[in-house]
Design a protein around this ligand. Structure first.
Ligand SMILES: O=C(O)COP(=O)(O)O
Ligand SMILES: [Mg+2]
Length: 221
């Protein structure tokens, strides 16, 4: 019997050059236990990935701001403080960095993502003023209300699915996966992971990105 999984997306199910690794389309539908996607991305992105993978929609989005498992959606926080911080950042000349349509934030319900090209010190000072955390995923900065973490989403998703969080095995790559690693029974950081994720994980894979994730999954079979 294989364990249920919590999988990060960016850096974990992607290729080094970005974009989903096509091997995901074999590995995840074939996994014989629940798979929960836990990401910093806005809610529709992991839902769409589940949809196109043809797996049940089990999603922790926006770092735990939105948890969606078994037809139950929980929005755990509002976006007021992150949006106020983002507005102050923009008023002072900052640029979120996603263009006019801003599809990165357009459907985001609980936080605001900012391009890594942004002026980091301007962003951090606006965030500090509004009491908002800046989470650096390696793919974007996220303005997040303190206390919102993927790990809480993992506990809530596990409960809905009728599992103990410790039954889950997680794979991830960055500081936004540390709370996931703390919530589950066993954790893998892929080789491209940042220092915080590596330090928090039970194992660090030899392979990077999806190679590392497949290595972790093989060790569980
Ligand atoms: O959206 C991001 O910045 C990172 O997303 P991830 O949590 O799936 O790695
Ligand atoms: Mg990631």
């Amino acid at each position: 019997m294989v364990p249920p999984l919590v999988l990060d997306i960016d850096g974990t199910l992607t290729r080094a050059s970005g974009g989903i690794d096509p091997r995901v389309f074999e590995a995840l539908p074939a996994w014989d236990a629940p798979v929960v996607l836990a990401t910093g991305k806005a809610f529709p992105y992991p839902v769409a990935l589940c949809h196109f993978l043809q797996i049940p929609e089990r999603v922790i989005a926006e770092h735990g701001g939105v948890v969606y498992v078994d037809d139950e959606v929980r929005v755990t926080v509002d976006a007021d403080r992150p949006r106020a911080a983002a507005e102050a950042f923009v008023d002072r000349g900052g640029d979120l960095g996603w263009g006019a349509a801003d599809t990165v934030n357009r459907w985001r319900e609980t936080e605001v993502a900012v391009s890594l090209d942004a002026d980091e010190s301007l962003l951090r000072s606006a965030a500090a003023e509004f009491g908002v955390d800046v989470v650096d995923t390696g793919y974007a900065y996220h303005l997040v209300t303190p206390g919102v973490e993927k790990g809480d989403g993992v506990r809530s998703a596990a409960e809905t699915l009728g599992y103990d969080p410790a039954d889950f095995v997680a794979v991830g790559d960055s500081e936004n996966d540390v709370s996931t690693f703390e919530a589950v029974g066993e954790s893998f950081a892929v080789a491209n992971a940042d220092d915080r994720a590596r330090a928090a994980a039970d194992h660090v894979t030899e392979g990077a990105h999806m190679d590392g994730t497949l290595e972790a999954l093989a060790s569980l079979r």
